[in-house]
Design a protein around this ligand. Structure first.
Ligand code: IFM
Length: 397
């Protein structure tokens, strides 16, 4: 325990997270790469070489280890493992197996995500997640990955299904603009739920694997919408996905800010609100709220793992301030008996934020030309905390 007896148990996981498309570079077979490059979406930046982590993963793991953290979350890229339907690449599988073993060699617990937003471009060409064969293709991919998951205790099937389905609905409904509320796409939600359930069935055959999915908790709060509408919005954006997790081995909690439900729909953060680099309201209580909400919804029987939490900021002191407040709230929730197994900060690296290099979420800066990594003070602070030498409350300004 750390000196101030915050409620972090001995075996708590302390780590940092990344995702393949955001850090690996040249993920050329993926749908996102295709959309970035064929002009489908007009995004300010392309992922390009990203952080070159496909080649520099060992250096990334060394950094995590040197900080004193004990866990690393990363994702396996479906588009690389199955570049052509029916023909998984053994060499790519061996690449990811080396990362898993590399974690073990450094005393890091691997937390592996099977799908973090990107799918193969060939699936997009077939109509994406809601196409007829999508679930069969996904299970084929999961089957191919099973042999390399030996020794991986935590497997996230699908990252933020609620955001995937929400983004799909918002793209389709271009006319809708804030402050309206566009609910997540129901067909996409149904497809992702089936994919998750079938993946979990397959993962059950690997001894020691605990599987679950991760939900981007939006912390819907009543700011004039009324209790019924707030509950409805919360159901649509969060709770229907949490309900799927009932009975799973764990659920991943991801939280950054909150969603204020007003009379007209979503109240966007305004000039009077303190905001982060990507425009979200600065709201470090998000983590505590999300953890309490998730535990209440799931009835306390499913362990929680914080698979993402962090802040986009160019001011590293602000990262410490935000994270310190978030962890203090997490500790409060855990003192009340909520079963949380670990905290994985988003993100290890300043990485490709889905169309832009600008919002920097990283504990570690990455030079865009040389790929040189520079560890920020917040990373050392989190490492000290992990080793029990710091109090998150000391992060406050
Ligand atoms: O970068 C993303 C990540 O891929 C999913 N969760 C939210 C992060 C910050 O936007």
């Amino acid at each position: 325990m750390n000196p101030h007896a915050l409620a972090f148990p001995e075996k708590f996981l302390w780590g940092a997270s990344t995702a393949a498309h955001q850090v690996e570079g040249n993920n050329v077979g993926s749908d996102f790469w295709q959309a970035e490059n064929d002009g489908t979406w007009s995004l300010p930046d392309r992922s390009g070489d990203a952080c070159d982590s496909y080649h520099r993963w060992a250096e990334d793991l060394d950094i995590v280890q040197s900080l004193g953290l004990n866990a690393y979350r990363f994702s396996i890229e479906w588009a690389r493992v199955v570049p052509t339907p029916g023909h998984p690449s053994l060499a790519v599988l061996q690449h990811y197996r080396r990362i898993i073993e590399g974690c073990g060699q450094r005393g890091l617990t691997p937390v592996v995500t099977l799908h973090h937003f990107t799918s193969p471009a060939w699936l997009r060409d077939q109509g994406g997640w809601t196409s007829k064969e999508a679930i069969a293709h996904f299970t084929e991919y999961v089957r191919a990955v099973l042999p390399i998951l030996d020794g991986v205790p935590w497997v996230c099937t699908i990252n933020e299904p609620n955001m995937l389905a929400w983004t799909t609905a918002r793209r389709a409904d271009r006319a809708a603009s804030a402050p309206s509320f566009v609910p997540p796409d129901p067909e996409m939600t149904a497809a992702l739920t089936r994919a998750h359930t079938q993946a979990r069935e397959l993962l059950a055959s690997v001894p020691g694997v605990r599987s679950g999915w991760t939900v981007a908790n939006q912390n819907v709060q009543d700011h004039g919408a009324g209790a019924d509408r707030t509950a409805e919005m919360s159901y649509l954006i969060d709770d229907q996905y949490l309900d799927v997790a009932k009975g799973d081995d764990f659920v991943g909690v991801q939280a950054y800010s909150r969603l204020r439900a007003g009379e007209q729909g979503v109240i966007a953060p305004g000039p009077a609100d303190r905001r982060t680099m990507n425009g979200w309201e600065y709201y470090p209580r998000a983590l505590e709220d999300a953890v309490r909400h998730t535990a209440a919804r799931l009835g306390g029987s499913t362990p929680l793992l914080v698979t993402e939490n962090g802040i986009a900021t160019g001011d590293d002191d602000e990262r410490i301030e935000y994270t310190g407040e978030a962890l203090t709230g997490l500790s409060r929730a855990m003192s009340d008996g909520i079963d949380v197994r670990g905290y994985l900060h988003w993100s290890l690296l300043d990485n490709f934020e889905w169309g832009s290099w600008e919002p920097t979420f990283g504990l570690v800066a990455v030079d865009r030309t040389t790929f040189r990594r520079t560890v920020k003070p917040s990373a050392r602070w989190l490492g000290r905390l992990a080793r029990g030498h710091a109090d998150p409350r000391a992060g406050r300004r």
